[in-house]
Design a binder for this molecule. Sequence first.
Ligand code: RUB
Length: 354
Amino acid sequence: RGTDVDPAVATTADEIAAMEIRGAATIADAAAEALAAQARASTAERPEAFRRELRDAAKTLYETRPTAVSLPNALRYVFRGMDGETVADLRAATVARAERFQHELAHAQSELGAVGANRLRDGDVVMTHCHSTDALACIEAALEDGKELEAIVRETRPRKQGHITARQLREWDVPVTLVVDNASRRYLNRADHVLIGADSIAADGSVINKIGTSGLAVTARERGVPVMVAAQTIKLHPDTMTGHTVEIEMRDEREVLSEAERHEIVGDADDAGDARGTDNDGDAGDAEDGADARGDENENGRDDGLTVENPAFDVTPPRYVDAIVTEHGQFPPESIVTLMRELFGETTSEPWNP
Ligand code: RUB
């Protein structure tokens, strides 16, 4: 981290990394807010120093989580409006631009909600995954139109963001059935829609969202339930127009398996080595025989033969998605690239060098 990064920026970055601030739209909002905080707090005397501070702040925020493109898109938006010849002008422009971003974000979400609500009929049952403010905006708008809805909410392992969705829906008085992720095929025959958000949407219309989304979409297709993705255009990933792929975040294994649970499976790592020290032919080998011989240390540097992987997101191919609902209307996934080109042009760059 650059030495001049404001503590408010550092705190926001830590909270994003720890998922205390989470969800693509909320992360984008917090990132814009943090850049404004950096601008307000800056003691830079020269414009170059101010710009360097803001760049360091942007990099600190950017490095927190890799998958939600709303984060670099938010940073890029603020940097595009950072005009001025003096520090005072730059400060004012940065703060104003960040505020405008936050305003547009909220506005886009409610516009998108109105579009999505048109797809929902009175009495429909909606199945959700994770917690998406864009998806919930569609439900909120439908409720405001006087429609009655029910929800089947997938728990969403390992972080259980389904609980946040369930809490919000209950506040709105929507009847909720909470199910474990594995139960969704059984409950899809009661659902009229699968409604999810997105962390990124690629130029080919692939939807990158919380792990488990792709399996849900495939099963929904098999059951004939339409899959609707609610995603503001800040979820469109401009780099994918030039062939880049979206990085899928791998998170700490302890979100899946605690130290105590690991111990229950493999025992003490050294004991495990001893246990595996018995060769196939029944000889008692030495303790190094097992794991070391196979050279399979896991990420924690352990050699107990148990690897836990914790991808936070997955990719749903466009053929399993019926509609992407944005603030500009709804699109079939295959045509999203046209909208991307209109909004972002063909050029991509680092967010702080727009
Ligand atoms: C959140 C997630 C959400 C999208 C969309 O993942 O996958 O579906 O971010 O949310 P995590 P929103 O909990 O790991 O951040 O519509 O609020 O932008």
